[in-house]
Design a protein around this ligand. Sequence first.
Ligand code: ZN
Length: 147
Amino acid sequence: MKIEHPYDKDIQEYTFDASNCSNEIIEHINSCEVCKKVSESYLVLSRELKSQPEPVLEFDLSELILDQLNFSKKEPIYNYLLSFIIIMSLGITFFAIYVFRDTFSNIFSANITISNYFIVSVTIFISLFLGLDMYRSYYKKINMLKY
Ligand SMILES: [Zn+2]
């Protein structure tokens, strides 16, 4: 029997897969109390590690991701709101034109002057410009919210 103990690596090999060990090492460990103890402690350590519960995250990752997805799902509601406001404005405009149709027909039939055309065209131009600007700033803000 060799007095020199084998390396830890060899004892681990003996403990978990003795088929690869040389006969010298197997003979030594079988006859040496110290090496047997080391081998047994490796077995105990391995069993303890296997019996540990799986690590669990303290927060629910899927819930966090779903929350973010729900945020982006809210977006169409804003689009519906914008469409609703545009349709309401158009409705109110046409209703006002309908109610004051006599006044409007007077403007366009009786007193056709260059100043009337000028006022109407400037009004339309300013309305278009303001509407376009509101629309652009609305989408800019919505894109900033999306991150
Ligand atoms: Zn030994």
